[in-house]
Design a protein around this ligand. Structure first.
Ligand code: AMP
Length: 290
């Protein structure tokens, strides 16, 4: 595995791969790698060679007072895991390399970026879209792999790729969970003791919603009540939002006739967690994917 620190070196390596007509894959991450990331990398390895993984804790997607300075950084362990997975390139630039003095440009996907995560975290998706476009320009991957765990992010990046005629195709991979349902996240490292147990409330809320749908419930308002009720009944969990939205527009869904996401964000202790379930019409019934 080549460890690449500079943009010019990464561009050169990617150019070489493209000249050999190889299918180049990119998995963008912020590091503190876990099974969620590994599942993306395994999918990338199935579809691409070579595979580049980027590790960059992107400062512009963190708001003031968020966890940028304490975000887990485990580069040595990450590097070893990526080597074991036979990843070809680890691209780990510094913040100065990505944002040199005088940097002024941003990508903003209007509308989709202001709701839900964007409402609580103003500027977050502007930072995400900007860094992902930069990574796409540096690596010019044929395929880039993202997790459905960050469903709104995936939707915004797909819009960006379409609006800006990017050649990179996005592949969205399933959510990887702990045995008790908690979605894997680098931020789970913050959860200790009671908080760790309480954190499963997000999954349990989505699971309760799934059960209602299985029982024939089709009313979004009623399903929301069930989700919110499950979150409320767990001490130590403070719900930021629990919504059912159209999977395209991310506007509240009244009827479940098209694909929707049930989305949750909640604070457990000092840690902000997100999770979601995909709800899709399937014949006369609905398929729920947690
Ligand atoms: P992050 O390092 O948190 O920025 O995540 C990097 C990528 O991994 C994003 O596309 C995430 O959606 C994805 N990811 C994070 N956690 C999971 C998970 N539990 N299951 C699937 N994908 C995930």
């Amino acid at each position: 595995m080549e460890i690449v620190r500079t943009i010019s070196w990464m561009k050169q390596a990617a150019r070489n791969a493209r000249q050999q007509e190889r299918v180049l894959g990119l998995v963008p991450t912020m590091g503190a790698l876990h099974e969620g990331h590994f599942s993306l990398i395994r999918e990338a390895k199935k579809q691409c060679a070579p595979v580049a993984v980027s590790i960059f804790v992107n400062p512009t997607q963190f708001g003031p007072g968020e966890d940028l300075s304490k975000y887990p950084r485990t580069l040595d362990a990450d590097r070893k895991a990526l080597e074991d997975m036979a990843v070809d390139y680890l691209f780990a630039p510094t913040a100065e390399e990505m944002y040199p003095a005088g940097f002024r440009t941003a990508v903003h996907v209007e509308g989709l970026s202001e709701r839900l995560e964007g409402k609580t975290r103003p500027g977050h998706f502007r930072g995400v879209a900007t860094v992902v476009l930069k990574l796409f320009e540096i690596v010019q991957p044929n395929l880039a792999f993202f997790g459905r765990k960050d469903a709104q992010q995936a939707r915004i990046l797909r819009q960006m790729a379409s609006d800006l005629n990017l050649d990179t195709q996005l592949v969205i991979c399933p959510i990887v969970r702990e045995p008790d349902g908690l979605a894997r996240s680098s931020r789970n490292a913050y959860l200790k003791g009671d908080d760790r147990r309480a954190a499963t409330a997000l999954y349990r809320s989505l699971d309760a919603m799934q059960l209602e749908i299985g029982g024939g419930e089709r009313d979004a308002a009623r399903l929301l009540e069930v989700m919110r009720g499950a979150l409320r009944s767990q001490p130590g969990v403070e719900t930021d939002y629990a919504e059912i939205v159209d999977a395209e527009t991310f506007e509240p869904a009244m009827a479940l006739r098209k694909a929707c996401y049930a989305l949750i964000a909640a604070r457990v202790g000092g840690t902000r967690l997100i999770d979601n379930a995909l709800i899709e019409p399937e014949g006369d019934s609905l398929r729920v994917t947690l």
